[in-house]
Design a protein around this ligand. Structure first.
Ligand SMILES: [Zn+2]
Length: 270
């Protein structure tokens, strides 16, 4: 089932109303964001794929940042074991759909945000339609096959992708723009070997809850960088950079991913 949009998309969103200026005062006072940056965030449309350990805190920080429109995709229901790290859900949500519960959280948090939910499983067949007209996709799903399907759709739709993953005490967040001739996509990074495998779900391995919070909030921060490119000084998408978060050390290191000319999603046909 796909729920109807809660409100129509208005392409020419006006500047932030005076009643809402105070809500974003701590952004606006930052020279790196400012009023122009906040207006850009208010007119942005982000799709969050997966409302789990990464998607939950990412949704919270993107909503708090005043992103004007959000598309939320998850076909799962809330399990009691999710509450250890999936911070938008409460005990009363157990057994209910994650997308519906996320919309309820969002309505309670800020009713001014346009939200569209899809409680269908994202696959290669429907990914492009679910991503729709989002200007950025944030993928926090938990298996390679889904992440590759999302990445391929992003390349085809020319939509930038923030791909985030977490397990045990490790996380990674990378920004991809494979539709650009000189930039890699997520498939350039992982290759084709994982299309059919659910080989990295967290149920067996476990995960420190706050580790998911770190990866999810960091992904939200990188999303703000992407959305502000050309609009405010903080805008720097950092395409092809993969940040690896180590919760044991703790520390972070950054890897640069090269474009694979033979990539079947974004490489040039020979
Ligand atoms: Zn590629």
């Amino acid at each position: 089932m796909t729920a109807p949009r809660s409100s129509a998309h208005s392409p020419a969103r006006p500047a932030i109303s005076s009643e809402r200026l105070g809500r974003f005062a701590r952004h606006i006072v930052l020279p790196e964001i400012g009023g122009a940056g906040q207006v850009a965030l208010a007119s942005a449309h982000v799709a969050i794929i997966g409302l789990g350990g990464i998607g939950s805190p990412a949704l919270q920080y993107l909503a708090a940042a005043g992103i004007g429109r959000l598309t939320l995709v998850d076909d799962d229901t809330v399990d009691v074991s999710n509450l250890q790290r999936q911070t938008i859900f409460a005990a009363r949500d157990v057994g209910h759909g994650k997308a519906t519960s996320a919309r309820r959280w969002l309505a309670n948090f800020d009713g001014a945000i346009d939200v569209e939910i899809h409680d269908s499983r994202i696959t290669a067949d429907n990914a492009a339609a679910l991503i729709g007209r989002a200007e950025l996709v944030l993928d926090g799903t938990d298996n390679f096959a889904t992440r590759l399907a999302v990445s391929d759709a992003c390349v085809a739709e020319r939509t930038p992708l923030l791909s985030a993953a977490v397990g045990r005490f490790q996380g990674q967040v990378g920004a991809f723009a494979g539709h650009l001739g000189d930039q890699p996509c997520y498939r350039c990074f992982v290759g084709d070997a994982f299309d059919a495998e659910d080989c990295d779900t967290c149920a067996e391995d476990g995960m420190l809850g706050a580790m998911a919070g770190w990866a999810g909030s960091f992904a939200a921060m990188q999303a703000v960088r992407v959305l502000l490119e050309g609009k405010a000084a903080f805008g720097d998408p950092q395409w092809g950079r993969l940040h690896v978060l180590d919760g044991m050390k703790p520390g972070m290191r950054t890897i640069t991913i090269g474009k694979d000319p033979a990539c079947r999603a974004c490489g040039s046909p020979s």
